[in-house]
Design a protein around this ligand. Sequence first.
Ligand code: NAD
Length: 367
Amino acid sequence: MDDILNFSVLPGDGIGPEVMNVALSILKIVGRENGFALEYKTNDVGGIAIDNQGKALPDATLNDCRQRDAILFGSVGGPKWESLPPKEQPERAALLPLRKAFNLYANIRPGCLFPELVDLSPLKTQTIPDGLDIVCIRELTGGIYFGQPKETTTLEDGDTQAVDTMVYRKSEIERIAKIASITAETRSKKVCSVDKANVLETSILWRNTVTEYFQQNAPGIELSHMYVDNAAMQLVRDPSQFDVILTENMFGDILSDEMAVICGSLGMLSSASLGTRANSLGQPFGLYEPAGGTAPDIAGKNLANPCAQILSAALMLRYSFGLEDAAKSIENAIKQTIADGLRTCDIATGNPGIGTSEMGQEIAKRL
Ligand code: NAD
């Protein structure tokens, strides 16, 4: 009998539902080839959930997610909901609570630029003649975004002062170092840990803990350290020197966006956020989503690139279901489709490109 993959589908707003449909159709085909079936429920999230149920993350959606092994997420937000108070806006009121509910501490962001698409990168093509294939592993639930106190106060002299607190525990650093070492095992066995250990106490703990973790648990992985200011420079100077980048929350926020722009189009970039809890298969529970947003400028026009959503589905197979071969088959089909010159408009050069659903069909043919 087929294995059954049990996950929650949250398409969201804008291009979310369009690219999600394509990703699900690809998963169904891969399932037939690899002996698994899909059992999923589609739930409202984001703006559509505000419209239908009065809340960006309805209880029914959260409860469904709790009963599943993974979440396949589209993207949320758009002009229609921008006039709401910040706390009620779709991204803040849906994504942040989801991250919190599932303690999604490990953000994995592949930065992949196929050789055929190097002209899309703002970098000189001779810098990356063979394209790029790097991964940023970002700690997602600690550091300065969550540390307390976090407040703005009026001082006795009448001046105003704001405080954010950067805080890390050794155990938080160890668990993200583990994710980086597992990722590096399946790649070129190289990790560059990024910190600011010349200035920050948290970074000194980060560097010592990462060094100790790799010495004790992953001696076969080549570990290096780099200050974040240098890493930001090196990423634009010579990004191919990196394979796996491991870093804390705020540095990862900045560096992973820098990586995204180097890779040309948001339409090609996926991400995984893994939680502390294991799913019913003993694999990490995770939320998988494209790096981009809802692209309101092209939503509903069959113009969106579905690759980021499909690649996110491939990450779900890899991390939450342990189906490496199935994940690879999706990634290879996308590579082949691009190599054959088929492109959506965001990555097409010299022609208008093909539509979202047509791109999905071409990828499906190559599975
Ligand atoms: P965006 O990523 O939606 O769009 C930026 C540009 O990239 C646009 O020109 C868009 O057309 C293009 N683009 C993005 N994804 C694409 C795809 N798959 N195919 C082709 N082109 C693509 O960013 P934005 O315009 O700043 O934000 C729009 C909305 O999305 C906002 O409401 C924002 O809050 C929301 N957003 C949500 C998420 C999320 O849900 N995780 C992330 C970022 C932005």
